[in-house]
Design a protein around this ligand. Structure first.
Ligand code: NI
Length: 217
């Protein structure tokens, strides 16, 4: 999933902060993968459950984080990098209240930005147990549907059960943008994109806009 860029697109601060900040010991081994984009038919694949919790799975998750951060995303499903297995990575990258604000100048406009911090989370074989009846509307975007953003309604909260990279089972109630993001990513496991939640008219308009932008590029 991708959200509307908050911060300063003119100075590309948002993107830079995500690439430079954080970092872990597996960083050196990671590789950026190609992200499949609509209308690639592989995005419609229903992903298979993960059965082997091996080094290959860990390496794929590491690559997915690298790919997601480089693309300024907050969530990515394995199927989006061409691996149709039930694996998701999410990092909402919240602002870090303890960090010193960064000074920024662009176009003669001086201001500061609050740096973000990394909170990487991996979900293997995730399941939604009891979605709330109450809905929440959030403007969503997707790394597989570049430059398109649209409001989508989803349950406001949900309990999620998943396994980590070692196969251990976890269970947690998700709320807010985390609930939205995990539901968006779990849709990918069923071959569903956020634009599939829109009316046919709105979906076609979005796809036409994307086609136009590709031609102009
Ligand atoms: Ni997506």
């Amino acid at each position: 999933m991708k959200r509307v860029v908050e911060g300063c697109p003119p100075c590309a601060w948002f993107r830079r902060s995500l690439v430079v900040r954080g970092g872990c010991d597996y960083l050196a081994r990671m590789a950026i993968r190609e992200i499949l984009e609509v209308p690639d038919p592989r995005l419609k694949t229903v992903s298979k459950p993960v059965e082997l919790f091996d080094e290959r799975l860990k390496a794929l998750a590491a690559d997915m984080f690298e790919t997601m951060y480089a693309a300024s995303g907050i969530g990515l499903a394995a199927v989006q990098v061409g691996e149709p297995i039930r694996l998701l990575v999410i990092d909402l990258q919240p602002e870090d209240p303890d960090a010193e604000p960064e000074e920024c100048d662009h176009g003669g406009h001086h201001h500061t930005h609050q740096p973000t911090r990394r909170e990487p989370r991996v979900f293997v074989n995730p399941e939604i147990l009891d979605p709330a009846a109450e809905l929440n509307t959030y403007q969503e975007g997707c790394l597989s549907v570049p430059e398109i953003y649209a409001d989508v309604d989803r349950p406001k909260a949900c309990r999620v059960r998943w396994q980590d990279l070692d196969g251990k089972v976890h269970d947690e109630v998700m709320e807010g943008i985390m609930a939205t993001c995990i539901q968006h990513e779990m849709d990918h496991l069923e071959g569903i994109l956020f634009i599939d939640h829109l009316s046919r008219l709105k979906r076609n308009m979005a796809l036409k806009k994307l086609e136009k932008m590709r031609k102009a590029a």
